[in-house]
Design a protein around this ligand. Sequence first.
Ligand SMILES: [Zn+2]
Length: 493
Amino acid sequence: MRGSLLRSLTLAAILAATSTASSLAQSDDGSRLLGALLGDTPMVRDLQTLTDEIGGRPTGSPANLRAFDWALERFREAGVDARKEPFQMPGLWLERSARATVKGKGVAFSPRVAALPFSTGTAAAGLTAPLVDAGKGAESDYAGLGAKAKGAFVLVETDELLDLDGLFREYVEAGHIERRAIAAGAAGLVYMSSRPGNTLARHNASLGLANRHPMLMMERDAAARALRLLRAVIPLTLTVALDIQSGPAYQAHNVIGEIRGSTRPDEIVVIGAHLDSWDLGTGALDNGANAAMVIDIARQIRRLGLQPARTIRFALWNGEEQNLNGSFGYTLAHAAELDRHIMASSYDIGTGRISGFFTGGRAELVPVLERALAPVAGLGPFTHVNIPIVGTDNYDFMMQGVPNLVANQESANYGPNYHARSDEFGRADLRQLRLNAAIAAAATWGFATLDLALPRQSARQVDSLVRHTDLADQMKSFNVYDAWVAGKRGLRP
Ligand SMILES: [Zn+2]
C-alpha cells in the first residue's frame, strides 16, 4: 500500500504544483536532487539497520559507539568527507535493569517499570517504602497527603498521552511535579505511564544529573490498580530495585559529514538530526528516521555531483537525549566559525509530514524558506511559526545567535511512542519520510545556494529574545536556563 502510493507520486506531479521552480537559481540541480531522494534510495534500509541491528543507542552505551561508527561509514561509502568530532558528556547514565513489587494485605504484584533518565539507583535488594496516592501531583494533592509523603514513594496519576500537545504539557508539568515531590520529602517519584497499552517510556527527569532520587514510570494498568487499592484504603508498600550504570564526565562524538561549497565555501549551512536515542525501543521515530534522512540527502548530493555555493555540513548529533550535549559541544569547538554559520536546521519530530518550520524569532527567515520550498510546494502547504523552540539541537545555535530552524511536523504517532518501548521501525511512515527528505533537501539546498545574508545575532538580541518570548520557561523545562544565566551556555550581554 505504502509502496504503490509512493510510486504514484512522481516528481513531475510535485513540480507541476509550482510555477516558480524554474525561476530559482540552480533549479535544475535542485530538481535532480529532489528526484533522486523521491526514488529508490538506501534510506529505508539504513533505518532498518540502525533500529533492528544496532538498536536503542543511549549515549555512553556500546550500541551508541557502534551507531556512530556505522554512520561514519555510511558517509564515507557515499564519498562524503566525514569525521568524528569529540565533545564532553557531563556524566554517564544508563539503566541496566529495573524491577518493582507492590505489596499490601493479601495483595502482591510486580508491575513492569522503567527508570526515568538520571534516576538514582538502589541497593541490589531494592528500596522499600510506603506507596502513597499523590493524585496528579498538584500542590493541593501534596497538601492533602501532608506528612504521609515524607519517606514514601509518591505515585502520580497521568492523562493518556495522545499527541504533541500532550507531550509538551507533560514536559511543562513534570518539573513542577518533581519539585513538589522533593519538597514533600518523598523517597522517590513514580509516574503512572501516560502511554497506551501498558507501554513504558523514559520521560526526562527535569533535574538532569543533579537529581538525587529514584524516579520511575510504572505500566499504566498496574499503576491504576495500585491507585484503586490505595483509594479503597488498603495500605501498600513499593519495593524498587534499579540497577543504574553511572559515571563521571566522558568524551563522546558527533559525526559530521561535509560537502564543500563551490563559490562561498567559508559560509556554512548545517542540517542536523540526533543519532542517539533512548533504549526501551530502538529509536526509529526519535530520531533514527531523520538521521537516516540526513545521511541520504548527503549521499544523493554527492552521487549527483552537485555543488552547493556554500558548504553544507550534515550533522549527526550525539548526547541529545541527555541535555543536547553534542550540538552544544559543536558550538564550543566551532566557536570561531559561528559568525559564518548562516543556518543550522534540526529534524527531530518523527515521520509526520513537515508542515513548515519554527524560525526561532527571526522573521527574515520566512521569505528565504518560501523561496527555498517553492520546488516542493506540491508537498505543502507550509506554514512557518516564528517562535523560539527548546528541546532539540537548534538550541545552542539559537543561543549563539545563529539563524536556526526546527522542522515543524504533524504530530502523527510521535507522542504516544515518544521515548517508549514502542518506538520501533514498524512505526515509521516510510512514504512520508521520503517526502520529508525532499522537503528537507529543498530547504537545505535553498540556504546553501540562494543569494542571501543572514548575520549572526548579538548577545543583546539573544537576551531580548529570552525576555520577549516564553523562552525562559522552555529553558527551565529542559534544564538549560541556569547554565545560560551563569554565562556557561549561549551569549550573554
Ligand atoms: Zn529526539
